[in-house]
Design a protein around this ligand. Structure first.
Ligand SMILES: Cc1cc2nc3c(=O)[nH]c(=O)nc-3n(C[C@H](O)[C@H](O)[C@H](O)COP(=O)(O)O)c2cc1C
Length: 196
């Protein structure tokens, strides 16, 4: 039986034109193309969160929340800013979680990665994001760690990872997420197949 591809929403925590995290996201899309139909979810047009806007949600927020709802899983690829999550990303997370009772993230599977040129890459930002997306807004965050040390030659013009060991590691990461996300999308059929 041919399985339909999983719908993957990708959130990149950078609005920079030449973002190295967007490059990493594009490389991950290529590596996961057999399992995922990926869509980059725009977050740089979301207004700065203000509860006063919740009465009449801005169009960009409505779109973003619909895109999350439509995804089978969300992959976060984020820079680290001052040893935490960029404000741009936290803003998107908060819009996704609001208004009260309309949290778009809850129950969805998530995976987290990110890159920087620093010695410990994005380890601290990823730990913060794991807490926010897990206990904060109720996503199922895949275990393990994927801290990618960026070098200018790591990802080529086509979006391929040039280092074989990093490529193998990232392929394993996307394959693992495909298996993890499938567990949540198949909940209904698994339950209906149970005999006791
Ligand atoms: C405000 C700010 C804070 C930063 N803090 C960190 C940090 O804590 N750790 C780190 O490894 N890099 C840090 N950096 C450097 C980023 O890793 C680097 O700018 C990277 O290119 C950001 O990813 P992007 O290209 O996807 O935007 C910081 C950069 C900015 C602009």
């Amino acid at each position: 039986m041919t399985m339909a591809k999983l719908k993957l929403g990708i959130v990149v925590g950078s609005n920079r034109r030449d973002s190295i995290n967007r490059k990493l996201a594009q490389a991950l899309v290529r590596l996961g193309a057999d399992a995922f139909e990926a869509k980059l979810l725009r977050i740089d047009d979301l207004p700065l969160y203000n509860q006063d806007l919740e009465g009449d949600l801005p169009a960009s927020v409505v779109r973003f929340k619909a895109e999350i709802a439509d995804a089978d899983g969300i992959l976060f690829v984020t820079p680290e800013h001052s040893r935490s999550i960029p404000a741009l990303l936290k803003n998107a997370v908060d819009w996704g979680a609001r208004p009260w009772g309309k949290n778009s993230w809850t129950g969805k599977p998530a995976a987290i990665t990110g890159t920087s040129g620093g010695a410990i890459s994005t380890a601290v930002a990823q730990q913060h994001l794991r807490q926010v997306m897990g206990s904060g807004v109720g996503m199922h965050v895949m275990g393990g760690e994927a801290y990618i040390a960026f070098k200018p030659t790591l990802i080529d013009e086509q979006g391929d990872v040039t280092d074989a060991s990093v490529r193998t590691f990232l392929k394993n990461f996307v394959d693992q997420f495909a298996a993890f996300a499938t567990r949540f999308t198949n909940t209904h059929s698994a339950a209906s197949e149970r005999t006791v």
